[in-house]
Write a protein that binds this ligand. Structure first.
Ligand SMILES: Nc1nc2c(ncn2[C@@H]2O[C@H](COP(=O)(O)OP(=O)(O)OP(=O)(O)O)[C@@H](O)[C@H]2O)c(=O)[nH]1
Length: 562
């Protein structure tokens, strides 16, 4: 690694609105630089998580070190692929701290979208060089000239700086690498100073402990060095250092300006937290500023389905939050659900992805309670907006077809399904992003949901006074649809204090699992009864009413439909 002087290193990130082609461009860059073989099967190579492959979106930033020869000089290009969805912008801002420049990818058909603007400003504020890349020029409806004009107007970047490519076909991708070398400056670092390494990402490996992704701002780190975590003040010996190419490749040493991974026998997830600074034992240094902690926007309670799983779930949450440090965790307990946690997420997709990762990567199954928000604000468009108590702040025409609207919103009006409604009202053309605008006073009430007079803790919500009736009615209807009939009648009620504002009734019924089982085979009957008993474990008793987990989920997901 010493063969790469600082002036031959470029650290850059790819940022874009969701689906504009970051991961596809990353695949082509990996191929061009020989990091992966050129085959038709390279699809989003850096999206390694199962949840990313299933959903086709990036949720986790990934690093790859690429070697590239240009005019006789060998360059080391460290590429960080970042997520596009608004819920994961914390990943983007962290990744940018290890970079000097970005490729801002814009779809040649869709043009500038909300997340393009938000990500541009993250890069701009971090004073990074921005290379605009107009992607998907192969599409029939592509209009790169229009997008160039948008970029000039909104970001003040001359249109001749835009590079037009098709990441899918590989058209003109080589000139992106040329631009990275020409337009992004090498990192400003000092190799002669003592080691100062920023932990910008971290994962937990069952066998090797914590694997920290580091960016070296000063000095050198070698296998065998004694290093200290500025955060915990604990000392470790470096077992392994290396680069990600994109798989781990150990290298004995890493030098200032380089980005790679480091393993130092940290066995506990509280070690090597994201944002930590590592330095040599014999040369303490001033820690790097680290990262602003993420501001959670959506809160939900999380409980093990079975309390005996508490410790396993605790350890799974700890390991996953090491990798996703934007989730906040506080212990909590509920009369109904036992011991659990109150988790803070950056949005609903983030919450779903976290839940899915817990299930897929740690085999955990959990109950999530109604998501709530710490009342804040947002931006976007039209009729939809009035119904959601929004106040317009700003309007700017991006070109003759596109307008950027800024609104102040109560956060709880948009966290759940605003995005979907916006997409369907605009036939998919509108896009949306938000940032926190502080707390505002509002007329809110606490609404209880009761089953035969017993409050269902999980469904207690805070709603705006004017919407209480509608929300209460929806929840009652949803519950009615998803509650299995029981031997007695069930009254489902929504109440504010002692005032009932909505009611539904589930009629009595008895489910006889043996109904279709004529005649004798006792083992078959036992099997059916056993399965019924197992099913009941997934039920939660409220008063004498059994509520299946699915009923909660159904209500949680639909509560803000109104
Ligand atoms: N026609 C065409 N399609 C492309 C091109 N580049 C990407 N795509 C397609 O656009 C879709 C999204 O591409 P991705 O690379 O996953 O987009 P992304 O920006 O990484 O998306 P997130 O990671 O979810 O933010 C995929 O179906 C790609 O095959 C291109 O140059 N031309």
């Amino acid at each position: 690694m010493s063969g790469f002087p600082v002036e031959n290193i470029r650290n850059f990130s790819i940022i874009a609105h969701v689906d504009h082609g970051k991961s596809t461009l990353a695949d082509r860059l990996l191929e061009l630089t020989g990091a992966i073989d050129k085959t038709k099967n390279n699809k989003q190579v850096l999206d390694k998580l199962q949840v990313e492959r299933e959903r086709g979106i990036t949720v986790k930033a990934q690093t790859a070190s690429l070697f590239y020869n240009c005019e006789g000089k060998q360059y080391l290009l460290n590429l960080i692929d970042t997520p596009g969805h608004v819920d994961f912008s914390y990943e983007v801002s962290r990744s940018l701290s290890a970079c000097q420049g970005v490729l801002l990818v814009v779809d040649a058909n869709e043009g500038i979208q909300a997340q393009t603007v938000a990500n541009f400003f993250l890069a701009f504020e971090a004073q990074l060089s921005v290379i605009p890349v107009i992607n998907k020029i192969d599409l029939k409806n592509a209009d790169p000239e229009r997008v160039e004009k948008q970029i000039e107007k909104v970001f003040d970047i001359p249109s001749d700086e835009c590079i037009k490519i098709s990441a899918k076909l590989g058209t003109n991708v080589e000139s992106v690498l040329q631009a990275v070398i020409e337009r992004i400056p090498p990192p400003k670092v000092h190799r002669k100073n003592p080691l100062r390494a920023l932990v910008f990402d971290s994962t937990f490996d069952q066998y090797r402990g914590v694997i920290a992704n580091v960016a070296l701002f000063d000095g050198v780190v070698s296998k065998g060095d004694k290093i200290v975590s500025a955060h915990t003040q604990k000392t470790y010996e470096v077992n392994e250092v290396g680069i990600l190419n994109p798989n781990e490749q150990s290298t004995q040493k890493l030098y200032a300006g380089q980005v790679g991974y480091l393993i130092a026998g940290m066995k506990d997830v509280t070690e090597a937290q994201i944002g930590d600074t590592l330095h040599l034992h014999k040369h303490p240094v001033e820690p790097l500023p680290g990262f602003k902690s993420a501001k959670p926007m959506v809160f939900a309670g999380m409980y093990p389905i079975d309390q005996s799983e508490y410790n396993n779930l605790k350890s799974a949450i700890e390991k996953l939050t090491l990798n996703d440090s934007s989730v906040t965790v506080h212990r909590d307990s509920s009369l109904a659900l036992g011991a659990g946690w109150r988790l803070g997420f950056l949005g609903l997709l983030h919450m779903e992805v976290f839940n899915q990762r817990l299930e897929q990567e740690y085999n955990a199954s959990v109950i999530l309670t109604t998501p709530t928000v710490p009342y804040k604000a947002v931006l976007s468009s039209a009729k939809l907006i009035k119904a959601r108590r929004a106040v317009q702040k700003n309007m700017m025409f991006i070109d003759e077809n596109r307008v950027m609207l800024k609104y102040l919103f109560p956060l709880n009006e948009i966290v759940i399904d605003f995005y979907d409604s916006l997409k369907s009202l605009s036939s998919g053309y509108a896009s949306f992003d938000y940032e926190d605008a502080g707390y505002q006073t509002a007329e809110l009430v606490k609404m209880d949901i009761l089953l035969n007079g017993n409050i269902v803790e999980e469904l207690v919500t805070v709603v705006h006074k004017d919407k209480a009736h509608l929300v209460g009615k929806t929840i009652c209807e949803r519950l009615k649809d998803s509650l299995p009939r029981q031997l007695f009648e069930i009254a489902i009620q929504a109440a504010i204090g002692s005032k009932i504002i909505a009611r539904e009734t589930v009629k009595a019924y008895r489910k006889n699992v043996l109904a279709k089982c004529y005649g004798g085979d006792i083992t078959r009957k036992m099997k059916l009864l056993k399965r019924q008993a197992e099913g009941k474990k997934r039920l939660r008793k409220i008063g004498n009413i059994e509520v299946p987990k699915e009923a909660f989920i159904k209500v949680l997901k639909t509560q803000s439909d109104k």
